[in-house]
Design a protein around this ligand. Structure first.
Ligand code: HEC
Length: 90
């Protein structure tokens, strides 16, 4: 009986580790596989219409996206990609 319990706990721990590892790689792939344009289209329309890139200059985009990064809960990589995209087409 005790052995079965220990086996059961072992299985639960192993499954949890596999799920955590899968979850971490899934989130890091999301930003890595997406272009700045995609991230912009997906994130910057959630609360308001996405302002067209031409609205702001390079340094103004840096300020605006660092501000929106907190609101949109973006990672550093995601916000960098979005700023690069906006600067390349403004
Ligand atoms: C969670 C909601 C939310 C998301 C997501 C969001 N914004 Fe905003 N945004 C706001 C709000 C609210 C304002 C009004 C000004 C303020 O209170 O910050 C705003 C204002 C702005 C402004 C006006 C200038 C400024 O800095 O206040 C710009 C430009 C802007 N957002 C760009 C973006 C871009 C680019 C993204 C994608 C990276 C984005 N926003 C994502 C909520 C959001």
């Amino acid at each position: 009986m005790k052995e079965r319990l220990i086996f059961f706990i072992g299985v639960v721990v192993a499954v949890t580790i596999v799920l955590l590892a899968a979850g971490c790689s899934a989130t890091s792939n999301v930003a890595a596989n997406r272009s700045g344009a995609q991230l912009w289209g997906e994130n910057c329309v959630r609360c308001h219409n996405a302002p067209t890139p031409a609205t702001l200059s390079d340094w103004e985009w840096e300020v605006a996206v660092s501000h929106m990064r907190l609101r949109a809960n973006l990672t550093e990589l995601e916000s960098e990609k979005i700023v690069e995209f906006l600067k390349s087409v403004n």
